[in-house]
Design a protein. Structure first.
Length: 346
């Protein structure tokens, strides 16, 4: 019998990474995770192992450390890399930009060097809709010109896209997927794995969930004077398990597709802040107190995907709707009020 393909997942202990590791294990892949746990806990991987009935291999290391990275590649042949490792807090990236360029851009550069040294040329990268900046029109297709991200985090994603495109142009062995995520939300339906933000959440749904759970007092709705149907910001929220499945489809597509492929991973539907608030209240049975507050700097009015290329070329489309996103978020939050530091999920 042939050995199972072996996938290296950087940042695999994190939010999107852990859900993707689960999908990979359930699909018969062998998985090694490399993560420095700077924004996660290896408890996520213990729970993934419980759900999958088998464990990923875990290496606690930083992707910028050449020696550690090289040792991982040398130990067992790697078929492909899915690269989630990176820092993602927009506000922090404005305060400490070098940390973001070093971790995200230099980290990716070191990873690509190690891959090439060990003859591994298949890479799936976590990009973001932030590379479109403030889009001229919605829905956003991949052909839309790239915008100007408003912060160092967003610029680091754009730089990495350019770095990987240059690399693939220089050597035909590279097969690269640039996956532009819209707004990942939700959790695995088991309630065992989910998003565990450090400190006060920046993003809408984890914030709402913590208000519902009594950890935060009220939601601030940042701006109700946008040119949108109810005046609040509109985004394309995508269930994290749909997103995880998109990585598997991208891996499959890369088998027969050289060069760089760019795919939006979104649902194609936009929901406002008030839509999200109401849907969460319905799913949780909780009332979410809120107040209207001024616009948040750097925010855009409206952002949602045209996901048709991913459907056409990857055979992928999001199947989980708003209700599942809300119910799964609430199950995760209510069973793990302190994230992976909780012990009630057992
Ligand atoms: P996350 O913080 O939960 O996961 C990232 C993981 O990478 C963490 O476990 C962290 O410990 C690890 N990590 C960071 N730097 C590392 C390094 N130098 N070496 C090894 N490990 C390192 O974030 P997430 O939400 O799962 O996001 C995963 C990827 O998707 C990130 O690259 C992020 O920028 C991108 N992305 C996320 C969103 C989102 O809204 N969550 C949207 C678009 C793109
Ligand atoms: N919002 C609030 N109150 C909050 C949090 C958010 O009203 O407490 C609003 C925002 O103003 C926005 C919407 O909810 O209209 C969504 O905000 P998020 O912070 O959840 O998501 P963003 O679309 O602003 O940001 C996300 C990622 C970024 C990425 C960006 C563009 O978090 O990393 O998408 O792709 F850069």
């Amino acid at each position: 019998m042939l050995p199972s393909p072996h996938i290296l997942v950087t940042g695999g202990a994190g939010y999107i990474g852990s859900h993707t590791v689960l999908v990979l294990l359930q699909s018969g892949f062998d998985v090694t995770v490399i993560d420095n746990l700077s924004n996660s806990s290896d408890e996520s991987l213990s729970r993934v192992a419980r759900l999958a009935g088998k464990s990923p291999r875990f290496v606690k290391a930083d992707i910028r450390e050449r020696g550690q990275l090289s040792a991982v590649f040398a130990e067992r042949p790697v078929s492909a890399v899915i690269h989630f490792a990176g820092l993602k807090a927009v506000g922090e990236s404005v305060r400490v930009p070098l940390r973001y360029y070093d971790n995200n851009v230099v980290g990716t550069l070191r990873l690509c060097e190690a891959m090439a040294e060990h003859g591994v040329f298949t890479l799936v990268f976590s990009s973001s809709a932030t590379v479109y900046g403030d889009p001229a029109t919605v829905p956003i297709s991949e052909d839309q010109p790239l915008g100007t991200p408003t912060n160092p985090y967003g610029r680091s994603k754009l730089m990495i896209e350019q770095l990987l495109t240059d690399l693939a142009a220089s050597d035909a062995r590279w097969k690269v997927a640039l996956l532009r995520y819209f707004n990942p939300v939700g959790a695995h339906e088991s309630g065992l794995i989910g998003e565990d933000p450090n400190g006060i959440p920046n993003n809408l749904l984890p914030y709402i969930a913590q208000v519902a759970g009594g950890k935060l007092r009220e939601l601030s709705v940042w701006g109700n004077d946008y040119p949108t149907p109810d005046g609040t910001g509109v985004r394309d929220y995508i269930h994290v398990v749909d997103l995880a499945e998109g990585h598997l489809c991208a891996l499959n597509a890369l088998q027969t597709r050289p060069g760089v492929g760019i795919w939006n991973l979104g649902t194609g539907r936009g929901y406002s802040v008030f839509d999200m608030l109401q849907a969460f209240e319905a799913a949780s049975g909780k009332t979410i107190p809120y107040r209207l507050a001024p616009r948040r700097s750097g925010d855009i009015a409206m952002c949602f995907a045209d996901p048709s290329r991913a459907e056409r070329e990857l055979g992928w489309r999001a199947s989980r709707g708003l209700q599942a996103m809300m119910e799964d978020t609430w199950r995760w939050q209510s069973r793990n009020p302190n994230g992976y530091r909780s012990s009630t999920a057992g």
